[in-house]
Design a protein around this ligand. Structure first.
Ligand code: NDP
Length: 452
């Protein structure tokens, strides 16, 4: 058994200094819980106080975002950008627009992003941002005015070599377009590499839209293969119905699986014979509609469950794989027990930290395959880095080439996590493997760059 070091005093200090930020505490605790063996094996990390430095963002920006609605009323939202760690490259990570966003949310996401980005093997540091603005129910003109106001402050903090935001919950191609337009107008520079997730016609990369969902399923396929299983013939639950969920569903279908349910924040749909992806995309992407609209259009082939718990379906119908793709802490201990007790063989996190710590313990003691988000959903940021490469070389790759690069990266991340878990005496523990492999890459760079 490898030696381990108790990191409790360090963790206590991080929790104390970041009071009132439970999601950041949860993310920090999960990483600290994994790092004992690597800190014990390599004293240089403790000597250089790497963990203490890694837990403190390099910079945190909070700003006022005033905007005017269509009736002429003024609203004030709060904007955030947390530039967490730039040892490996410019800060990189998405922007989230959702009414629940706080500094603690952005810090949890930024912290996760450091390790995720390191796992890709690409030259990108970790950051995250967003606002408590709710794009739901707003007109296009209101969303545009909000994005322009947000960028009027953010522009001074970002840049191709400094910090490169992208999308996340509530921020898709429309919002990136409005923000890029405002950045271009203020700076008088067509600096394509300053934002990723751009439209393919103006500097975006093919496959970026699909990348997070596709990548999670490629990771899952590799993981299932370790137990001689595949998606062919598998029945799958995917929570959420946004960007990550839709492309996870598409890739599962391409690999021969059947996705029988998905959800949004007001309900879930269950289609015994599999979801109609074309209809789902039309309702969600074109019409910006709700799943209730999807169910109404699908007729008797679909059952809509208002407020429904998607994971409970595992007790009613056979499910092989669960892919949570909505939001943090959406899958709790009880839901995890339902999945494990009803024969689910793998859970793959498309979202960031969708499983509570209790759920992760249930998966671990149940012996099922579990892929943490920071490894499984890294395809999005990896393809963002590929978009930056294309911007820097004024090039545009084909869909097939970009997808091939994404698949290579996901297989690489899977294997790195699996090998690291094995090396540290916990074969099959992808949480430990991801945390240690990501940490080592960042920590070694931090030591090389000195105390800065
Ligand atoms: P979208 O905004 O496109 O979709 C989010 C989906 O999750 C919607 O169906 C939404 O339902 C649902 N959802 C959001 N908040 C809640 C909530 N509090 N309770 C229940 N359901 C909720 O976001 P993405 O698909 O881009 O992101 C989903 C997850 O994936 C997030 O955790 C994000 O951080 C993560 N991720 C995204 C990446 C990307 O490239 N986009 C990259 C890596 C990770 P509703 O419409 O009702 O709000």
């Amino acid at each position: 058994m490898p030696q381990t070091t108790s990191l409790s005093p360090l963790l206590e200090d991080v929790l104390r200094r970041n009071a009132g930020e439970p999601e950041f505490h949860q993310a920090a605790r999960e990483v600290f819980d994994s790092l004992g063996p690597v800190i014990a094996a390599h004293p240089r990390y403790a000597e250089a106080s790497v963990l203490e430095r890694l837990s403190e963002p390099e910079r945190q920006i909070i700003f006022r975002v005033p905007w005017t609605d269509d009736r002429g009323h003024v609203h004030i939202n709060r904007g955030f950008r947390v530039e967490f760690n730039s040892a490996l490259g410019p800060y990189k990570g998405g922007l989230r627009f959702h009414p629940t966003v706080t500094l603690g949310t952005v810090k949890f996401l930024g912290f996760e992003q450091i390790f995720k980005n390191a796992l890709t093997g690409l030259p990108i540091g970790g950051g995250k941002g967003g606002s408590d603005f709710d794009p739901k129910g707003k007109s296009d003109a209101e969303v545009m005015r909000f994005c322009q106001s947000f960028m009027t402050e953010l522009y001074r903090h970002i840049g191709e070599y400094t910090d490169v935001p992208a999308g996340d919950i509530g921020v898709g191609g429309r919002e990136i377009g409005y923000m890029f337009g405002q950045y271009k107008r203020i700076t008088n520079r067509y600096e394509s590499g300053v934002l990723t997730g751009k439209g393919v016609g103006w500097g975006g990369s093919l496959v970026r839209t699909e990348a997070t969902g596709f990548g999670a399923v490629v990771f899952a396929e590799r993981m299932l293969a370790t137990r001689g299983r595949s998606f062919d013939g598998a029945r799958v639950l995917v929570s959420g119905s946004g960007n990550v969920a839709i492309y996870a569903i598409q890739k599962v279908q391409q690999l021969g699986g059947t996705v029988v349910a998905c959800s949004d924040s007001t309900g879930a749909v269950y289609d015994e014979d599999g979801l109609d992806l074309d209809l789902l995309r039309r309702v969600k992407e074109q019409d910006r509609g709700r799943l209730s609209d999807y169910a109404a259009a699908r007729g008797t082939a679909s059952v809509y469950r208002p407020g429904g718990d998607i994971w409970a379906l595992a007790a009613e119908t056979h499910i092989d794989v669960a892919i949570p793709c909505a939001t943090q802490n959406e899958l709790d201990g009880d839901a995890a027990a339902t999945l494990v007790n009803n024969g689910v063989i793998a859970v793959v996190e498309g979202a960031n930290m969708p499983s509570t710590p209790e759920a992760v313990r249930v998966f671990s003691s149940g012996g099922i395959l579990f892929a943490p988000g920071k490894a499984a959903n890294a395809g999005g940021v990896a393809t963002s880095a590929l978009e930056m490469q294309q911007n820097a070389s004024r090039d545009a790759w084909t869909f097939d080439y970009a997808e091939h690069r994404l698949a290579e990266i996901m297989v690489g991340i899977h294997d790195r996590c699996a090998e690291t878990a094995e090396e540290y005496g916990s074969p099959g523990d992808y949480v430990l493997g991801a945390n240690i492999a990501g940490f080592v890459r960042v920590a070694d760079a931090m030591i090389a760059l000195g105390v800065i």
